[in-house]
Design a binder for this molecule. Sequence first.
Ligand code: HEM
Length: 390
Amino acid sequence: MEYSPYDEQLNVDPYPLYAQLREKAPVYHNEELDIWALSRHADVDAALRDSAGFSSANGPLLDSAIWGPDAHKVMSFNAMDPPDHTRTRALVSGVFSPRHMNGLEERIRDIVRTHLDPALERESFDFVADVAATVPMDVISELIGVPHEDRAEARRLIHLAFHRPPGARDLTPENAQAMGELAGYYLRWVSERRRNPGTDLLTSLGQARPDGALLTDEQIVAVLGLLVTAGYETSLRMLGNAWYWAWRNPDQRARAFDGGITEWVEETLRYDTPVQYMVRTLTEDRTLHGVPVPAGARVLCLIAAANRDPEVFPDAERFDLGRDTHRVISFGGGPHYCLGAPLARLEARVVLAELARRVSAYEIDADRAVRVYTTNIRGFSSLPTTIKLR
Ligand code: HEM
């Protein structure tokens, strides 16, 4: 048994290997890459909650261009431990609170309809490019205060920044260049808002003084980079996975379309989550399931494997909208629990409910469906779809 997150074949269906890891090697070591992997629900859940033992200070991604003590310059508070993490996260957490989200539903529905109407009229479209990729970018852009005219370009640069050729182990020169260009955009937006304050997140970040001094442009750029990428790529892939798995399971699709939208979202998150793993650095020597793991070890917390652990989810390999999903850990756990979870859920429910309301049946051309290659995100970059309207 060999597990490598760079294995192209694994991208097709990682779940049989995850099952073997859970059963036979719950503390797996890949010697060549010198990475460790936890796959059981109890272990992944405990590691994510234990930021003293499993640190985020080197960042949550393997790429060597990002990994290390400077990871926070790219990933902001997602690459920090408390108390720095607590202080920086607090600067933006209000905007993503469940209370604030409640007021957003109508606006999200408007955005959804803007993108959905032309696609549905054609009756044949790419679910990812025409629906799933557009809504999350518009929503996160509005929350942050990204100008309208920059959104399409920001979307293009995010794709270029994160998509790897199959098997690539680090950022490519194209990835790095796109990241640089994105940072240039963020800087422009920040300086524009420092000059012309508004009521958006860009303005409040430009005025915040967490340690008595204003945040530097670089600190703000890192926060924006985190919010835009974390809020876009994840939601987009999750929507594609929901659309795909409901199509593959017609009985469950019928349930989803018959008032089971929340269950559709939650079971998709469990069954095929876009965020397959997050990385941590072990801060001290530990023995886990009898295996000694040294301080400094890079540990992959395989969230997607944990979500299929039969100890927690009976008949875990079945896509079943009727199951209990309250122990799903797709949004992580502990101090880094996904800041955007209420937003992600709201967005997904509004998009899928609108589709269920207007579409009576749909087909996906699976031969032309394309999967993305990123480091830890699983999902589609294309899902050609034909629909029948109600
Ligand atoms: C289905 C969609 C999503 C999934 C599956 C997801 C998953 C996750 C996971 C697993 C983490 C934990 C990271 C860690 O432990 O290091 C996380 C953190 C985070 N997510 Fe999400 N996310 C989603 C959508 C969003 C959205 C819409 C936003 C909006 C901005 C967002 C913003 C963030 C941020 C800022 C963090 C860092 C939190 C911290 O380090 O304290 N996410 N997300």
